[in-house]
Write a protein that binds this ligand. Structure first.
Ligand SMILES: [Zn+2]
Length: 473
């Protein structure tokens, strides 16, 4: 195109635009958004959301979001604000985001959210079913009037939809419609179905004999803690494996089972297979596999630490590690703690080094990762038990760990206190949350007085900050 032609075209476009501008303005005022936006789904802003994050989640740009919502970049985004999301014309309802639950398929997600599988594919640009990795953040549409749904116990082999519905106190035909079944006869034993209920239930896994199995504390990250919670109609034996981590299941008083897992801080971020095997009383085994996402722990790098060479000697480390491994893998079946773990010192803002930091020591090339939280003595040297438990080790003069206490909280969860000056409890003691148990010291591989506070799950150190911020299970 010549320059002259381009000029004429631009001029004509400008004249046309000036002619129709009053019409556009008239149609906009006083409505806050243009007519086209009414066809778009709405996202309700959550606390912590940013325009950048919202644009990324919905494959759009900040400019496009601002345009369809008649907003400018300077406007404050507040939780509860409703934003039209461009690019999804014709999709009805409210957009939400969630992490893909254990057992989810496009069918189960569509039933749970009462939306079309095609809408989920379009919203998330899925190209195959196998992209439903556990813990992946996805977008969903829900109707603002949707009632709570809970998973029905899975169909048992040979059990009909009629029988299952009636056992669950539901109308078989209404239930079939809710679950988008063309006929009640098309229900399958290993598929998740939902019924109206008072509460939402995140379970999406359908295994005969299991009522529910969920993985809690998603998304999974390096150094993260995950929890598998299972309820079953009959006694079952469970096995789970996530990237080589095999959480140990414990029976609870209410006929449910629970297992805690810790993800190694050095596990490369990526997708890993999760396998679950359920064996019923008759010996029949059901196996389930799904890919799971492990995200980055966003760890820092500490400065090289100057320490006594004896404390970085390979044999010394190996001998001591073996002793402690034995202590923190001797599991007890009773949960002793309740609620969130308390901070183990006064204050709570006196951290010298975080969990997971990559670090090295003078005189060696090896890169270590920090297995706990280093707390300074800004508020005195008292160390308190963060939760109820039993002291299972009070070991003085360890070369690396110094004077060290280990408390067993049950179910594979241990808290560990290193470099102490002294102990105020002994092996076998029961401790209560907030009980004074020790004083901060500078013993073992330590370059200044501090408490190394660690939480291990079945022998794997996990980020203790999570335990200080949320209640498990
Ligand atoms: Zn430390």
């Amino acid at each position: 195109m010549t320059e002259r032609k381009t000029y004429l075209l631009l001029k004509r476009t400008l004249v046309l635009f000036l002619l129709i501008l009053p019409m556009i303005c008239a149609s906009l005022a006083p409505a806050p958004v243009n007519a086209q936006s009414a066809q778009l789904p709405v996202y309700v802003v959550q606390s912590g959301d940013t325009l950048y994050g919202i644009a990324g989640q919905f494959f759009t740009t900040i400019d496009e979001i601002l345009a369809v919502n008649n907003r400018s970049i300077g406007d404050t985004l507040r939780p509860g604000d409703r934003l039209f999301i461009p690019g999804f014309e014709g999709l009805q309802g409210v957009l939400t985001t969630d992490y893909v639950p254990l057992g989810a398929s496009l069918r189960s997600l569509s039933r749970r959210t009462q939306s079309e599988p095609a809408s989920l594919v379009r919203l998330n640009k899925f190209t195959s079913q196998s992209e439903l990795f556990v813990g992946r953040k996805i977008a969903l549409t829900t109707s603002e009037t949707t009632q709570n749904l809970q998973t029905m116990p899975s169909l048992l082999p040979g059990q009909s939809w009629m029988e299952r519905s009636i056992l669950s106190g539901q109308n078989p035909w209404a239930l079939a419609r809710l679950n988008r079944l063309t006929s009640p006869n098309t229900a399958l034993p290993q598929d998740a179905y939902y019924a109206y209920s008072a509460q939402n239930n995140p379970n999406s896994l359908a295994i005969p004999g299991l009522t529910s199995m969920v993985i809690d504390n998603l998304p999974l990250v390096q150094g993260g803690t995950f929890v598998l919670k299972v309820t079953s109609e009959q006694p079952v034996t469970l096995m789970a494996d996530l990237a080589g981590v095999q959480p140990v299941f414990f029976a609870r008083d209410d006929d449910s089972q629970i297992a805690f897992g810790g993800i190694n801080a050095l596990q490369e971020p990526g997708a890993y297979p999760l396998t679950i095997e359920v064996t019923n009383a008759e010996g029949a085994t059901y196996r389930f596999d799904q890919w799971t996402i492990v995200g980055s722990g966003n760890f820092e790098t500490d400065q090289t630490l100057k320490v006594d060479p004896e404390t970085v000697d390979g044999d010394n480390i190996a001998n001591e590690d073996a002793l402690f491994k034995q202590i923190v893998t001797t599991l007890t079946p009773v949960q002793q703690w309740s609620g969130v773990f308390q901070y183990p010192t006064k204050g709570g803002d006196c951290v010298n080094s975080r969990f997971g930091s990559r670090r090295s020591y003078t005189g060696t090339d090896k890169i270590y990762y920090h297995t706990g939280l280093d707390i300074g003595w800004c508020y005195g040297i008292d160390v308190f038990a963060p939760a109820a438990g039993t002291v299972v080790a009070a070991l003085p003069d360890q070369i690396v760990r110094g004077n060290t206490l280990v408390i067993d909280h049950g179910l594979g969860v241990f808290s560990i206190y290193m470099h102490l000056q002294d102990f105020l409890v002994a092996e076998g003691d029961q401790v209560q949350p907030g009980q004074l148990i020790a004083h901060i010291g500078n013993t073992g591989r330590s370059s200044g007085p501090h408490l190394h506070f660690e939480i291990d799950i079945n022998g794997t150190p996990v980020n203790p900050v999570i335990w200080l911020n949320r209640e498990f299970p």
